[in-house]
Structures are given as structure tokens and as C-alpha cells.
Design a protein around this ligand. Structure first.
Ligand code: MN
Length: 725
């Protein structure tokens, strides 16, 4: 069910490959490539915290799922060694084969193309797609690239929002159209859904949630329809299989964009009928139409007239039972292969003999030729340019240009206010600002600046400083950070005072003479312990709860422990009941059943939830918006949180922070305020920032929200998100 292959093993890859080829020399080569890549990437970690080899291994697995040949699988395993390690193309050619070296070299080359997010006009995009395709002598290079991107998109949660949007847009503009042209629908569809998830998360999750919540009813209707169609076909002696079919989130999104209503889309259910031969396809269609009235103009014969990417099927929409419309696709198993895997279906491994292989290679070459010519022509643009433009507007084209009274041009993001302008000029201008005049008119501070506005900022040197509210009014992070740091400075003075008081009080309680405790020798020992430069800094940390006063005293009084460890211990030692899920969650109509909380989305009380019946594991409870629930074939049940008091549930968050300081202590300090307990913290770093993945225990969503809001307010924190894997 879960799309992310958590803990994928090399054995899983081999098992998958063995399901379509038994060739020993192929398997040996794949094993060699795996060990080689593992050794070359040894010691390097991905941002997700896993050893680097997990990435190429997952890429190879994706390739095995489309039954790629062994050279392509090897290229998947080795795809980053030229770029990231000292291995050269020549080296690869001698360690493996010329063919594999060429594939890896091809992937390395297209990775060097700089599609840096700012993709420009749609003709530019078309050009870049062309360059990408044109560069590839061998279509398998593009296929490896698609698999590479798919795995990167699956683990995109680890990046900052800005980077996520950049990658998602590039994927949608450059790579999904290529996947589409190659007919690789399964990969294309997952890439589109993932892109939408990061480009328009609100839209994405609201679609998922509506789908999940109306699912029980829809699944029931689909099951009934399956039974009655199946009976019709059995009566006519047609061997067949029928599957329910989940529509992609992206396809629903596109229909919504065209002005269709949610309910109109959801009321259309989808079935897919598989039969053995083409005549049976048409016979099946006739049988279905004889019982269910088709909607005129919705019938399409893609068998007689295949789509340009070779897709074949019969499509019809009929009035089904219970007032639902059913979109029915009828196809042979062979057509299904092509529909899901596209060009990759031409890999069809016949029993191993050299001729079959070279035949297949030629076949793929021909397809690529064909594919090149359609991409050149660039007709039949199926992309929704409006969508891309609107996203681009949201994400990139959001700059305005305004002027100072002297005529200097200032560049600001769209939606900026006079506050942003003032801080852009100088921190002092911002801090001392009392009003703004735009084009000779006094404006409120939340006025949205427009292109070509001339702005004069009024300041007053006696002004106390910015108001807290400005943080919400300001658009730019620059201004927000400056305002926050103004308050941090003021708060710091208060913290120093509180910290000193706390220490004095605690020492008195413990009957330790203050003068003795604060001897020069002790002070320098404490400062060294915490790496602080002076007493003020120590008092600040005590005052703002970053370190418990007792641990400071213990540095001198007892032999010290590592502070961080101490705090973590203190946090995790609080007794946490293992959730008694049977009583925590009420399952509609069922009393005695095992209940688990899903580890992909980690629901907590007050989250909207759905239950999901899994074979042998009882019921797994997901958040209603969890994308992992959307596949249609599984069974959902209604579940509710029971009245719960004082019990805590685990959930995961991810924090991106600036790299300059170790924030952990400050983050931990915030847990007390919202009654959050930290269970585990994983820290990853990359070139730009620190990433913390935390499992925390909370009583309910409101505590979690409070905690996340507190964190977002901290100066060096860039963003905080709940994690759905
Ligand atoms: Mn890669």
C-alpha cells in the first residue's frame, strides 16, 4: 500500500528481477553493480538519513517493476557514481560493459542540464524537453532518469518548501510530459500526484480527504457493479477479470480546474475489464451496453485507433446501479502492459537468446525514433498550460518593483507591505518606522505595494520599535526575521534577569552559598561546559528554559552528564502508556478488533481519521487526508476517537533550520509549554540547513499545533511540517 519502500533490501530487488528473468549472468552483473555502488558511496548519507545506497537501490527497484533489462537495472544502481564519486566512464566500461557505461554517462549528462526552476516561457520548456530527449542516444537513459526522479520525489518531504516547489514544477513541466509520450502511465501518474502534493498542498490534501471520506460508499457501489458485469460476461462464456480503479488525484484536480464540481467527479466510478483477445473486447462492450445505457459521445475506440503513445483500450461511460456513472475500460492483458509501462513494455523478456535481445533493442530504438519525431512536432499539447502558469505565478513570477523617493528601484515579492520595504532599506528604518506614504498618500501599514509605487517611510527616533503584529503583516522573511530579532533582544534582557533569579533561588534551596558557587573557577567551568561566552548567555538559557537550572548546578556539584542527554532523558522518562488502542478508537459496528495507528501519517486525537482493514493486522487508522489510503481496492471503515484523557500518542514532524547554531536545546525548551514529549530526534545536515526529524508524543492535535506554532516563531527555524511518508 505505502508507496515508499521503507527498508527495501537488495534481496527484494533480486526477487523482483527473478520474476521475469532467470538469466544467471544478468543476476550476477546486477549483484556486482550493487556491491560496487555500495562501496563507492560508502559513508555518504542522504538527507533522509539513510545510507546513500538506498537511493540507487530504490531507483533500480522502480526499474525492475517495469521489467527493465539487466543493463538498465545496473545503470540504475550505478547512476550516481560518475557524478558523485571518482569513478570515470572508462573505468565503468572496463569494470562492467560499454553499454552500462554509456547509460550511466548519459544519465550524468542530462543531470548536468540546468533546469534551475526558473523555466521561462512554454516554448522554452518545450525546447528543454527536446534537448533532454535529443541528448539521449538510448531511450533507456530517459527511463533511468524518470526512475531517479520518481524516487527523489517520493522522498521530497525532507526538503524545504521552496526546494520542494522548485523540483515539483520541474517534474511537471519537463519529466511528466516525457513519461506521457513514452506511454509510461504508472510512473507519470505517480509523478503528477507527487508534484501536485508539493505545488498545491491544500488542494491536494483536500481532494485526498474527500476521496477517502466518500470511499466506503463508492467501494460498495463498485463491488456491486463488478459482480453484475461479471455475471453478464460469465453467462456469455467470456473469461475475464474486473478491477476497480482509483483515479489519480491529479486527474481529479484537472477536472476541478475546468469548473467541474467535486460531486460530479466523485459520482463517476471506474472499472477496468481484462479479457484475452481483441474480439472479446468488442463482445464485452456489446454485452455491457445491452444492459447499461451508454452516455453518447463518451465511447472511444482506442483499439482501432491507438493513441500516439501506443495506448489501446475501449472506453465507455454507462449509467450503472445506484445512480452512479461508470467509466469502463476494456482491454486485453497485453494492452494493459503497454498502458501501464508504455515503451518499457517492449522489454518483454522472451526466453534468453541473443537474437531476441537485439530484436528488442531495435524495437525500442524504433519507438524512440517515433517518440522523438512527435516531441519535435510538439503538436497535440496536452499540458494544462494554465495550471503551469498559475503555479509559476504563485511560485516564481511574484516580484514587484517599487521606488524610493530618490528613484532607487527596490525589488520585493508580490504582496509586500511598507514594512517589508522599510526593512529592505535598513533595519534601523524598519525598527523606527511610524508610518508610510505611497504616491503622496498616507497608507496603512498593511497596504499591498504595487509595481511602480513611490514609497516614503516616516520614522521617529523615539519610537519604541516594531509591534508584534507586524510579523503577521510583513510578507518577506527578511522583515519578519528582523522584527523577531528586535523582540528577541528585548526578551533576552528579561531572560537574563529571570535566569539569575532562578539560579539564586535554587542555590538557596539547596543551601549552597552563592559566592562560593559563582567562584571564577566554577564560572569558567560552567561556561566551558555549555560553550557560552559569558554569564549573561548562561542566565538567558536558564531564564528561557533551555536548560534546567539543576543541570547547571550539577556541573559543579555532581559529576556532569552530557546536558542534551540529560534533558532528553528527563523528557522520555515520563511514563508513556503504550496506547491501548482497542479502547482509544471506536470502530463502527465492530467491538473486538485489533487497531493500529498508521506509521505513515501518525494520527493523534482530534485528527480526522479513517480506518482501513488490512488482512491479518486488524484495522489500521490513518489520517483522513493520508494519500496512502486512496488505492481503491482496500476496505475502509468508519472510526472515531474515544474520549481520552492524559494519554499521549506519537507523531512525526520535520524541522528545517538555519545552520548557524545548535537549536536542539531551544526546541526542547518549547516542549514544556505545549505539553509535548520528545521521544526521538534524528538530525541530518546538508550544505544549507539542519533538518530534524522528531517523533513526539502529544495528547491531541491542539498541543501539536501549539508546539509547531511556537517553533515557527523561532528565529532560525525555516519551516516545520507534520510528516506524511
Ligand atoms: Mn539519483
Amino acid at each position: 500500500m505505502t508507496r515508499v519502500n521503507v527498508g527495501l533490501k537488495f534481496d527484494d530487488l533480486i526477487t523482483r528481477v527473478k520474476s521475469y528473468t532467470k538469466d544467471d549472468s544478468d543476476l550476477k552483473m546486477i549483484k556486482k553493480a550493487y556491491n560496487y555502488a555500495k562501496e563507492k558511496h560508502f559513508g555518504v548519507t542522504r538527507m533522509t538519513g539513510e545510507p546513500y545506497i538506498e537511493h540507487p537501490l530504490n531507483v533500480a527497484y522502480i526499474l525492475a517493476e517495469i521489467e527493465a533489462d539487466s543493463a538498465t537495472i545496473c545503470a540504475g544502481l550505478l547512476h550516481d557514481v560518475i557524478e558523485d564519486t571518482e569513478v570515470t566512464k572508462e573505468q565503468l566500461a572496463s569494470d562492467f560493459t560499454e553499454e552500462i557505461a554509456n547509460l550511466v554517462d548519459g544519465v550524468t549528462k542530462i543531470n548536468k542540464l540546468n533546469f534551475d526552476g526558473n523555466l521561462g516561457s512554454s516554448s522554452m520548456i518545450a525546447t528543454q524537453r527536446k534537448i533532454l530527449v535529443g541528448l539521449c542516444e538510448d531511450v533507456r537513459v530517459i527511463i533511468v532518469k524518470l526512475a531517479d526522479r520518481l524516487h527523489n520525489m517520493r522522498t521530497l518531504w525532507v526538503h524545504t518548501e521552496e526546494k520542494q516547489k522548485e523540483k515539483a514544477l520541474e517534474t511537471l513541466e519537463i519529466l511528466t510530459p516525457i513519461a506521457h509520450r513514452l506511454g509510461m502511465n504508472k510512473i507519470k501518474s505517480e509523478l503528477e500526484d507527487l508534484s501536485l502534493r508539493y505545488l498545491k498542498p491544500e488542494v491536494y490534501y483536500s481532494i485526498v480527504e474527500q476521496l477517502n471520506q466518500s470511499k466506503i460508499e463508492r467501494v460498495k457501489a463498485v463491488e456491486e457493479m463488478k459482480l453484475s458485469v461479471s455475471k453478464l460476461l460469465n453467462d456469455e462464456g467470456i473469461t475475464h477479470e474486473i478491477k476497480g480503479r482509483a483515479k489519480s488525484i491529479y486527474s481529479i484536480y484537472k477536472k476541478l480546474e475546468k469548473g467541474r464540481r467535486f460531486n460530479d467527479i466523485y459520482d463517476i466510478l471506474a472499472l477496468r475489464v481484462f479479457v484475452d483477445t481483441i474480439p472479446e473486447c468488442y463482445k464485452t462492450l456489446g454485452i455491457i451496453h445491452s444492459k447499461y445505457r451508454p452516455i453518447p459521445k463518451r465511447f472511444k475506440d482506442y483499439i482501432a485507433m491507438p493513441k500516439t503513445n501506443m495506448y489501446q483500450s475501449l472506453h465507455t461511460t454507462v449509467f450503472g446501479d445506484f445512480g452512479y456513472l461508470f467509466e469502463i475500460q476494456i482491454r486485453t492483458y497485453e494492452m494493459d502492459e503497454v498502458a501501464e509501462r508504455g515503451i518499457a513494455s517492449h522489454w518483454a523478456y522472451k526466453e534468453n537468446n541473443g537474437d531476441a535481445k537485439s530484436l528488442m533493442k531495435n524495437n525500442m530504438e524504433q519507438k524512440l525514433q517515433f517518440f522523438r519525431s512527435i516531441i519535435e512536432l510538439n503538436t497535440e499539447e496536452e499540458r494544462d498550460e494554465d495550471f503551469i502558469n498559475s503555479v509559476k505565478e504563485d511560485v516564481f513570477n511574484n516580484t514587484i518593483y517599487v521606488f524610493t523617493p530618490n528613484g532607487d528601484v527596490i525589488e520585493l515579492p508580490n504582496g509586500s507591505t511598507p514594512i517589508d520595504f522599510a526593512y529592505k532599506i535598513h533595519t534601523k528604518v524598519g525598527d523606527k518606522m511610524v508610518g508610510a506614504i505611497v504616491n503622496n498618500n498616507i497608507v496603512p501599514l498593511d497596504y499591498k505595494l504595487k509595481n511602480n509605487d513611490i514609497i516614503k517611510i516616516n520614522t521617529n527616533k523615539n519610537s519604541f520599535g516594531p509591534s508584534h503584529e507586524w510579523i503577521n503583516i510583513a510578507k518577506t522573511n527578511h522583515a519578519k526575521n528582523k522584527i523577531k530579532s528586535f523582540f528577541n533582544k528585548i526578551e533576552k534582557e528579561e531572560y537574563v534577569k529571570t535566569g539569575e533569579e532562578l539560579l539564586t533561588k535554587e542555590l538557596k534551596k539547596k543551601k549552597i552559598p552563592i559566592n562560593e558557587f559563582l567562584s571564577n573557577e566554577n564560572i569558567s567551568k560552567i561556561l566551558k561546559e555549555y560553550n557560552y561566552k559569558d554569564l549573561d548567555e548562561l542566565y538567558t538559557s536558564i531564564g528561557n528554559n533551555s536548560i534546567p537550572v539543576n543541570t547547571v548546578i550539577n556541573v559543579i556539584v555532581e559529576e556532569n552528564k552530557d546536558v542534551k542527554e540529560e534533558i532528553l532523558l528527563r523528557k522520555t522518562n515520563k511514563t508513556v502508556d503504550k496506547p491501548q488502542l482497542k479502547n482509544d478508537i471506536l470502530v463502527e459496528g465492530i467491538d473486538d478488533i485489533k487497531v493500529n495507528l498508521a506509521s505513515c501519517c501518525n494520527p493523534v486525537p482530534q485528527d480526522r481519521i479513517v480506518g482501513y482493514i488490512t488482512k491479518g493486522y486488524g484495522i489500521t487508522v490513518h489520517r483522513a487526508m493520508c494519500p496512502n489510503v486512496k488505492e481503491l481496492e482496500e476496505r475502509l471503515v468508519d472510526v472515531k476517537w474515544n474520549e481520552l484523557k492524559g494519554k499521549k500518542f506519537p507523531t512525526n514532524i520535520i524541522i528545517h533550520a538555519e545552520k548557524k547554531e545548535d537549536l536542539l536545546l531551544n526546541i526542547i525548551a518549547k516542549t514544556t509549554k505545549s505539553d509535548v514529549t520528545i521521544r526521538t530526534i534524528n538530525t541530518y545536515t546538508n550544505k544549507e540547513d539542519n533538518v530534524y526529524e522528531m517523533t513526539i508524543l502529544v495528547e491531541a492535535k491542539e498541543n501539536l499545533v501549539k508546539f509547531m506554532t511556537d517553533l515557527r516563531q523561532m528565529k532560525s527555524i525555516i519551516d516545520v511540517e507534520r510528516l506524511i511518508k
